[in-house]
Design a protein around this ligand. Structure first.
Ligand code: HEM
Length: 225
């Protein structure tokens, strides 16, 4: 394709901030759990939840490339996309591709599952002295035990999904010579002039969604006190 290229903002700052904060927080959650720094594990968990509330809202009313309706394609489209994985071709994708969209959904669902189960998890189900999530003692011991198991299993699934996610990013760089990481850092891609730039979400909507997420976790932490 010999079309002129132009710089297009494909990822807004809010989404990039969300992404890299989540990366740092997932690592922090692992480290704090390993070192039994549970106070920090809970604080970071609340922050992940606030960010997820923001991301779900932004997926409905944020920038075009962040919207679920825009990037969730049929599984057949995803398979068709993967068939071209080994083909070297210029990057004309404005947002997530058909296969990447499903990976995004999986990562968000696993993160949500981790936060949700963590709220009810208990190292020693039923025992108040053991490290436990803020609502662990409010539910039946059997439910808390089940959610604790899910919290542990869920983390392993999340690690597998993250490994797949990073492998896909590397595969795009190696097989297709497409650099997906730089746009996730800078926000910009060089795209053919005929590809329309996506509409960006309003900053006030982003701030309102962040405020909603933080208010929700503040309320949750008050319930737990
Ligand atoms: C804890 C580890 C990670 C998690 C949980 C994670 C999660 C996600 C999520 C949820 C998205 C979708 C963004 C959105 O629409 O909200 C995404 C996209 C992306 N991530 Fe990650 N990520 C992780 C690590 C990484 C790393 C280490 C890299 C770079 C090497 C990376 C590169 C990217 C890129 C390039 C995209 C955009 C893909 C595209 O062009 O469609 N991620 N990631």
């Amino acid at each position: 394709m010999n079309e002129t290229l132009r710089k297009v903002k494909v990822w807004d700052g809010w989404l990039r901030l969300f992404h890299w904060l989540i990366v740092v927080l997932v690592i922090a959650q692992y480290v704090t759990a390993e070192l039994s720094l549970m106070e920090w594990h809970f604080r970071f968990g609340y922050l992940v939840l606030a960010l997820l509330v923001f991301r779900l809202g932004w997926g409905l009313m944020g920038s075009e490339t962040a919207r679920f309706a825009r990037f969730l394609k049929s599984p057949l489209d995803a398979i068709a996309h993967l068939r071209h994985l080994r083909q070297r071709e210029p990057d004309i994708e404005v947002g997530h591709n058909a296969a990447g969209g499903w990976m995004v959904l999986l990562l968000l669902a696993l993160l949500l599952g981790q936060v949700g189960s963590g709220l009810f998890a208990n190292e020693e189900p039923g025992e108040s002295y053991a490290a436990h999530g803020p609502f662990a003692l409010r539910v039946a011991d059997s439910l808390s035990a089940w959610l604790t198991e899910w919290h542990e299993l869920g983390f392993n699934l999340l690690v597998i999904a993250i490994a797949l996610h990073v492998t896909a990013v590397v595969a795009y760089a190696v097989l297709k010579r497409q650099d997906l990481v730089r746009p996730m850092i800078t926000g910009f891609k060089r795209l053919p002039a005929s590809v329309p730039a996506p509409r960006l979400g309003h900053p006030l909507v982003a701030l309102a969604l962040l405020a909603l997420g933080l208010a929700l976790v503040w309320w949750l932490s008050m319930q737990a006190a």
